[in-house]
Design a protein around this ligand. Structure first.
Ligand code: 3HC
Length: 318
């Protein structure tokens, strides 16, 4: 066989690089399926960050104090930045921002199902920060070791900011639990509504997961859905109990032999319904995103016009 064929990058060579814990970079050879899997996961991760701003943004004008408003503003702005990071990481794989946004608007791309639930009370802002960002941290800490370089590096920065998000959410819940009976009831009601959707953030059970086996082989995923979910439950239950909240799961029980909490079954019919577009807020979330995208078209056009003028000037000068 001539040298060119031998030198041809192969799946085996690629897998050997993955097994050797090498980071795959944008200009490296990669199987097309690896590329497409990453575009799928990273773009959906980015969509989640941006759509997730809606339920929280809903309470910026209604925050109970100026300080809470400032903190929530900072968090929502952080999420927009996380989205930009992740869209940029996905773009290194050869997809454009426009294509990703188009796939979101057409329902081809998903985003985290949890953001299709309404934020009904101020306590929901606490529950989202505490529960959703804790789940994001558990998942994203493991993604810091994902095999694709730009994605792994984006996770390092994002994880640092998520810990602030989680602390401010937990602080909201703690303060409410130290408050009046109504405030304590509001916090417990919020936990009751957000607990199970938070467990869904880790995806289907490992045996039902369409992508996990291949994603684990390619070290896109470093830990399984169920493994991450279990870590999350073990820590969240203790945090809830520490401030007097009760987990809405009658099957929750510490299992001494396993060293973990046993917990009830997730409503996978609800999960499938929500990720197929039939959740409480799916239509509202996408309609809002489409309107914001259309309203912002003039900014993109102005930047494109400025950029082409700048390039033309640079060519004239050269
Ligand atoms: N919401 C929506 N869709 C979900 C989902 C969820 N919670 N869990 C799984 N799915 C989808 C998958 O996308 C996949 O559908 P697809 O083939 O159309 O993409 C299908 O269900 C099967 O699930 P798999 O487990 O086989 O899919 P993955 O291997 O991709 O695992 C995942 C799902 C664990 C979410 C993985 O994609 C992942 O780790 N993604 C990166 C983390 C992420 O996206 N987090 C979203 C939250 S961001 C956030 O919380 C912002 C915070 O700062 C507020």
């Amino acid at each position: 066989m001539n040298d060119n064929i031998v030198a041809l990058p192969s799946e085996e060579k690629f897998q050997a690089r993955i097994d050797a814990e090498e980071k795959i970079e944008p200009k490296d050879w990669m199987p097309e399926k690896y590329r497409q899997n990453l575009i799928r996961q990273i773009s959906q991760h980015a969509h989640s960050e941006v759509i997730g701003e809606q339920p929280e943004g809903n309470w910026i004008t209604r925050a109970p104090t100026l300080e809470r408003k400032a903190i929530l503003l900072a968090k929502v702005q952080d999420e927009a930045g996380h989205g930009l990071y992740l869209y940029s990481a996905a773009e290194t794989l050869g997809i454009t921002r426009e294509e990703m946004i188009d796939r979101l608007h057409k329902g081809i791309s998903k985003y985290a199902s949890i953001f299709n639930y309404p934020s009904l009370t101020w306590a929901d802002i606490g529950a989202i920060g505490w529960l959703v960002d804790s789940a994001a941290i558990v998942n994203q800490v493991s993604l810091q070791n994902t095999s694709y370089g730009p994605y792994a590096r984006a996770m390092v920065r994002i994880c640092k900011e998520e810990s602030f998000h989680q602390r401010q959410g937990y602080n909201i819940m703690m303060v409410l639990m130290q408050g009046s009976e109504e405030q304590r009831a509001m916090a417990q009601d919020s936990l009751n509504r957000w607990w199970w959707p938070a467990l869904m953030m880790f995806g289907p059970h490992d045996g039902e997961s369409a992508h996990s086996a291949q994603s684990m082989k390619w070290k896109i995923k470093r830990r399984s859905n169920d493994d991450l979910r279990q870590q999350y439950v073990d820590q969240a239950v203790q945090q809830a109990h520490a401030i007097g909240l009760e987990i809405p799961d009658p099957d929750l029980k510490w299992n001494e032999d396993r060293g973990h909490y046993d917990f009830g079954e997730i409503d996978w019919d609800e999960f499938e319904r929500v990720i197929s577009g039939d959740g409480l807020c799916n239509r509202q979330r996408i309609a809002h995103h489409i309107k914001a995208h259309e309203d912002g078209a003039w900014v993109r056009e102005a930047m494109a016009a400025y950029d082409s003028k700048r390039r033309a000037r640079a060519t004239d000068v050269a």
